[in-house]
Design a protein around this ligand. Structure first.
Ligand code: MTE
Ligand code: CO
Length: 423
């Protein structure tokens, strides 16, 4: 993998789609080469000559040293402190639809809480018949364990792009997303155990970190599909992701997925916490704010090619990307190489699950011409991902959150790729 963007650039570039010809579907010779003398084959390499490391050299494994550039990265100027900050998933260097745990972006507001699971408690109280407290062992013995693959997208993902192309790489424009397997119990089963009073309509979730983050969640959602999760990709949650236990709120904005979860209170109205009033509301063009935009609408991005993963070869190339929707399954992804004039339908590969990241591919021949690469997702409800200008017509440019507009990458003749917008 090529990884050119060590630090993202600031840019605001608009291009017109005129004069760009599309590239063809893959028809040419496949990328192989005639067998000729090659030192990589004829010379004995060190790894042939010497024994490698034995077992137990790495009791907990890590990637090859040649993959050292495949890491989460932050944007230094974006936040004032490391404790209330964010880093980004290296989407351009990943494939498939599961985010490796060590590369899942982190977003926290008071640093990573260091919680001893033996001392951790989860309390349920408020409008319930019987207030309850659970230890981690209690949770793990609770009947009806669930195991699900869901995306988590921060509402602020792509938030820096409202006024034009800014950050040069899909890691930075789209990397506030991860898609991992969760193991836990349904929140519904715990609430049933406590007995929800008939006047309860909302639930407050509170984190045990220094930010003590709180969010109000409609009771109906809590009963539908929320999970109290302690497992991630088959092992314990990572500390960054809320060890020992977090709330999973499928399809809804990441901020509601309270980490280091310690308290659930049932009430009859929302609490109007900081994170649902001054933050995570959408400022509209006329100055009014739209609150409670919970669902993350359908969105997609081409991860290869992209600024950190330019085109290196003419001829056959594999275009790849990801799509997701908070409303259900991805139905279809269309890809354009000429800025939206012509579209072709991408191939969805791997499981296509509800509210989970879906991988798509298009095989194409690149003849060295300039490209304007875009992808557009459609979900099972028929919702189609809007262009950025369609979004701005409704939302204005003062927003931060919920930007699911179509992304454009400009591929230069030399294969280098940059973040642009088409005017
Ligand atoms: N929960 C607590 N307790 N503290 C936090 O700072 N950040 C929220 C949410 N849950 C946060 C939290 C935000 S804004 C997001 S986007 C997700 O956690 C990020 O989850 P991740 O770190 O697993 O990517
Ligand atoms: Co967030």
């Amino acid at each position: 993998m090529v990884d050119r963007a060590e630090t993202p650039l600031n840019r605001r570039r608009f291009l017109s789609a005129a004069g760009l010809a599309g590239a063809g579907l893959a028809t040419g010779a496949l990328p192989s080469r005639a067998a000729e003398p090659d030192a990589a084959i004829t010379d004995v390499q060190d790894w042939n000559r010497y024994l490698g490391e034995g077992v137990q050299a790495h009791p907990y494994g890590s990637p090859s040293k040649y993959e050292k550039n495949v890491v989460r990265r932050d944007v230094e100027w974006l936040t004032a402190s490391r404790e209330s900050s964010v880093n980004f998933t290296p989407l351009h260097a990943l494939d498939g639809n599961v985010t490796p745990s060590g590369l899942a972006f982190e977003r926290h507001h008071g640093g990573i809480a260091d919680i001893d699971p033996a001392k951790h408690r989860l309390m349920i109280h408020g409008l319930v018949d019987k207030p309850l407290v659970f230890t981690m062992d209690d949770l793990k013995r609770f009947p009806g364990r669930v195991h699900k693959l869901y995306f988590l997208e921060c509402a602020a993902n792509s938030g820096m792009e409202w006024r034009g192309a800014q950050l040069n790489g899909c890691q930075f424009t789209h990397g506030m997303i991860h898609n991992v397997w969760y193991t836990g119990v349904s929140l519904r089963s715990l609430l049933e155990q406590a007995g929800v009073k008939t006047n309860a309509k909302w639930l407050l979730a509170e984190g045990g970190d220094a930010s003590m983050m709180t969010r109000s969640i409609p009771l109906q959602k809590a009963l539908d599909d929320c999970i109290i999760a302690w497992g991630m990709n088959g092992e314990a949650l990572r500390p960054e992701q809320g060890y020992p236990v977090r709330l999973v709120v499928p399809g809804w904005e990441g901020n509601m997925w309270i980490k280091w979860l310690r308290r659930l209170e049932l009430g009859d109205e929302p609490w109007q916490a900081r994170e649902e009033t001054s933050k995570y509301t959408d400022l509209l063009a006329d100055g009014r704010s739209r609150r409670f935009t919970y669902i993350m609408d359908a969105k997609s991005v081409v991860t290869n090619p992209s600024p950190q993963a330019p085109l290196l070869h003419k001829g056959p190339n594999v275009l790849s990307g990801i799509a997701w929707s908070g409303r259900g399954r991805i139905e279809r992804v269309d890809v354009s190489l000429d800025g939206g004039r012509n579209w072709r339908t991408a191939r969805l590969e791997g499981p296509v699950l509800s509210r989970s990241m879906t991988r798509f591919y298009v095989d194409f021949d690149w003849d060295g011409r300039e490209l304007l690469v875009q992808s557009r997702a459609m979900d099972e409800t028929g919702y189609v991902q809007p262009t950025k200008n369609e979004l701005r017509a409704v939302r204005g440019v003062n927003s931060i959150y919920h930007n699911n507009g179509v992304q454009t990458w400009f591929v230069h003749k030399n294969g280098e790729t940059e973040n642009v917008e088409i005017s």
